[in-house]
Every structure is written in structure tokens, then in C-alpha cells.
Write a new protein. Structure first.
Length: 281
């Protein structure tokens, strides 16, 4: 008989960046992250006088890593504001799925988000507590979209497969921007397609025509988007001439139907009462 009480203990290997992201997302048990529409576009008639939103700022400033950190921070809520916040070294590991990321780089990345009025940072002993702010950059406190029924606001969902299936690493900034825009525009099951001429990208979302074109191509190359061309008649056109309108729809795992199904599943889980306690720890 073995008298060593520690004989069954074995050292564990540190998780890879992908494994760490997967484990923390799984702990959330929702399957998606919810983001406000105002991240991608201000509603018409805003005081700012422009529909450009923070997404356009990420693009024009070429802050892809900052966008990565921003999206992951929201996906991991409430990890970032828990009693035991993630150390910067853990964030460095989480953001190293494509390229190695140092603690110094992480600190600079969160400083960019702080300058964009999208997060706050404060020290708690040796730890740094990172808390999200409202996605519109107003410095208002963040709360989960849709959790306050007295506030009418639009929001969209980003499935966790964005990270767990590697799309966060395969897409670059134009592809990520267009994915978020199309997710925002196709959240409703009554409107699963999106139509925008690339010449409208600047006026509607604050990104260039070139960025929109590259974004569409990235999504197409990864098989994430379907396109159908509709010939539309107009009395302003010559006889027998019709203009082309491009309609686009996201494929799984980002399709409208898939996102609606995820939300319904999460709602059922939330409504299901917890099983009675057995009294055991």
C-alpha cells in the first residue's frame, strides 16, 4: 500500500493562449457577447452631427490590438471587474493567440482604450482593475446591454466562435470592422441581409471605401458571407437599364438564425431554476 498522500498529484501545464481564452469563455456559459449598436454607428440625429462611432476610430487609428482587447474584455465580463481581477500577465497570454503579447504591450493597449474613453483602470494593491465604460465613449458607466428595460437601446451579439474557431486571428482590422457592422445590421430575424454600396461606408460608418472592400473580401475568403445581386429598376434610369444592389448575409456561426438560437438557449437556461442543493460542498 502506498503511504504517500501526494502520490496522485501531478504538475499541470500552463494553458496556451487559445486554451485560456476557451476556458474563460466557457465559464461565461452564454455562447456570445452582447454589444451595443452605438459601437458601430451613432443613431440618426445625434448631437455629434455624425454617425461615426468608436469602431471607426479603431479603424482610422489602426488599433487592431486595442479592438481585440476591447471585444475580449466585454466577452469575459464580469471577469475584469471581479473581486479577483485578471493580472496583466494573464491578459498578455489571452492576447497572444496570433502574435506574442508582452505585459508592456498590454498596458499600452489598455491605455489606448482608456484614452478612447472605453475603459477605466485603477490599482487594487498589486492588481489592475479594468472596467468597461459605455460603448459610445461618453464615459458613462457600463451595464450589460438589455439588462435595463427602462432604457431603449439597440444591441447585437457576437458568438464566441469568433475566438474559439480562430476568426479573431484570421481576420484583420477591415474584416473585423465589417463583421461587426454586418452583425449590427442583421441582428433582427426580420432583417437577415445587409445592403450597402461601399461608397456609402464613409457617410454611414466613418470607414473608407477601401476598408469596406477589403473587409468584404476577408469575410468572403473565410466563407463567412453570402452575396446576391439584385437588379433594381428605377424611373430615373434609361429604358431596359437596372442598377445592381448587393445583398449580403453572414453564414454560420455568425448567421442571424444562429445568433437568435443562441439567445433563445441562453434565455431558457436563465429561466431554468437551479437544482435543489444536496447539502454537500
Amino acid at each position: 500500500m502506498n503511504s504517500d498522500p501526494f502520490s496522485g498529484l501531478q504538475d499541470q501545464k500552463p494553458p496556451t493562449p487559445d486554451e485560456a481564452v476557451q476556458a474563460l469563455l466557457d465559464a461565461g456559459k452564454r455562447g456570445y457577447v452582447t454589444l451595443r449598436n452605438v459601437l458601430a454607428q451613432h443613431p440618426p440625429g445625434t448631437a455629434a452631427g455624425t454617425r461615426d462611432a468608436k469602431l471607426a476610430e479603431f479603424v482610422t487609428r489602426r488599433q487592431e490590438r486595442a479592438l481585440d482587447a476591447f471585444l475580449l474584455l466585454h466577452a469575459l465580463q464580469p471577469v475584469g471587474i471581479s473581486a479577483d481581477p485578471l493580472p496583466l500577465g494573464a491578459w498578455a497570454n489571452l492576447l497572444s493567440t496570433r502574435n506574442p503579447c508582452s505585459v508592456t504591450t498590454v498596458s499600452k493597449t489598455f491605455r489606448i482604450l482608456e484614452d478612447m474613453d472605453l475603459i477605466t483602470r485603477r490599482r487594487r494593491g498589486p492588481s489592475t482593475v479594468i472596467e468597461p465604460l459605455h460603448e459610445d465613449g461618453s464615459k458613462d458607466p457600463w451595464f450589460r446591454p438589455g439588462s435595463n428595460s427602462s432604457i431603449k437601446e439597440g444591441f447585437f451579439t457576437l458568438p464566441h466562435e469568433y475566438w474559439t474557431s480562430g476568426y479573431a486571428d484570421q481576420l484583420r482590422l477591415p474584416g473585423k470592422a465589417m463583421l461587426l457592422i454586418i452583425l449590427k445590421e442583421t441582428q433582427s430575424p426580420t432583417r437577415p441581409t445587409f445592403s450597402m454600396a461601399v461608397e456609402r461606408a464613409k457617410d454611414w460608418y466613418g470607414i473608407s471605401e477601401r476598408t469596406a472592400e477589403r473587409g468584404y473580401k476577408e469575410l468572403g475568403d473565410l466563407g463567412l458571407i453570402d452575396t446576391r445581386i439584385q437588379l433594381v429598376a428605377s424611373p430615373k434610369l434609361p429604358a431596359n437599364v437596372r442598377r445592381q444592389v448587393y445583398h449580403r448575409a453572414l453564414r454560420d456561426p455568425f448567421s442571424t438564425a444562429r445568433r437568435v438560437a443562441l439567445q433563445r438557449t441562453a434565455a431558457r437556461v436563465t429561466r431554468t431554476p437551479a437544482p435543489p442543493s444536496t447539502g454537500r460542498p
